[in-house]
Design a protein around this ligand. Sequence first.
Ligand SMILES: Nc1nc2c(ncn2[C@@H]2O[C@H](COP(=O)(O)OP(=O)(O)OP(=O)(O)O)[C@@H](O)[C@H]2O)c(=O)[nH]1
Ligand SMILES: [Mg+2]
Length: 272
Amino acid sequence: MAAAHGRYPDERAVAVTVVMPTYNEAETLPVVADELLTLPLHGLRLLVVDDASPDGTGQVADELAARHPERVQVLHRAGKDGLGRAYAAGMTAAVAQGADYVLQMDADGSHPVRHVPQLVGSALATGADLVVGSRYVPGGRLAAGWPTHRRVLSRWANRYVDTVLRTGLRDITAGFALWRAPVVAELDLERTRSAGYSFQIELKHAAVRAGRSVVEIPIHFEERRQGVSKMSAAVQLEAALLPWRLLLAGVPRGGLVLGGPRRRPRTTRGAR
Ligand SMILES: Nc1nc2c(ncn2[C@@H]2O[C@H](COP(=O)(O)OP(=O)(O)OP(=O)(O)O)[C@@H](O)[C@H]2O)c(=O)[nH]1
Ligand SMILES: [Mg+2]
């Protein structure tokens, strides 16, 4: 844990690993990475999780790691396997390497770097297990350039998911979120079922159901700076069905269970 100044740990030294999945983000990754590395957060590290991007993002990430060997690492995966699975691998690795906090963040510039110190500061000041960068709490905002249909869809998707799951979160699909490492370890991400962004829903639902503390702070979400969205109909369908799958699977009292029961021997998982 970071050195303490007074009552709170020093936010500038706390060990935060930004886990950043990338698929064809060669243009935006170096810009976002440079902004992150110039923040006055000296304990901040970046772990890029690249799924063999055809545009060479993996090599761009390797160059960043060569320039900043103490602060940047790259996890190369064999091929495009979905945002959720990239996060599961990256977050597990970050915790294993001793991070105090793990920050989920997109590489496309949608999650402004200026909010990172606010997320870290909120986590340290409140002791929350999870701090969500939320578009839907007062002060939060969607990208100015988003057309009406996208705004309505995003807002509606959040309302729909929360009507089913009743977590009380305003932005349960958010992809900008800071987790306390012990909670990530408890979540046992190998068990997640989501390939795409429904991973975000699955994780937050599990944390809320287990009584972990969550704070939402407002962010200004921005349009991706370059490149193209990886959102597909299959990814959206998965997210639309997930709330019902989670609801039908049920969650044992006090348990941080993801994706519902699995066919695994009880001796290895036990009832938590
Ligand atoms: N490693 C990996 N990263 C992915 C995959 N799919 C998306 N990503 C990354 O996940 C982040 C979010 O993906 P986006 O395409 O921006 O999806 P989105 O933010 O939901 O959609 P837009 O708002 O349209 O950009 C970006 O950094 C992507 O490069 C994947 O299959 N594997
Ligand atoms: Mg995006």
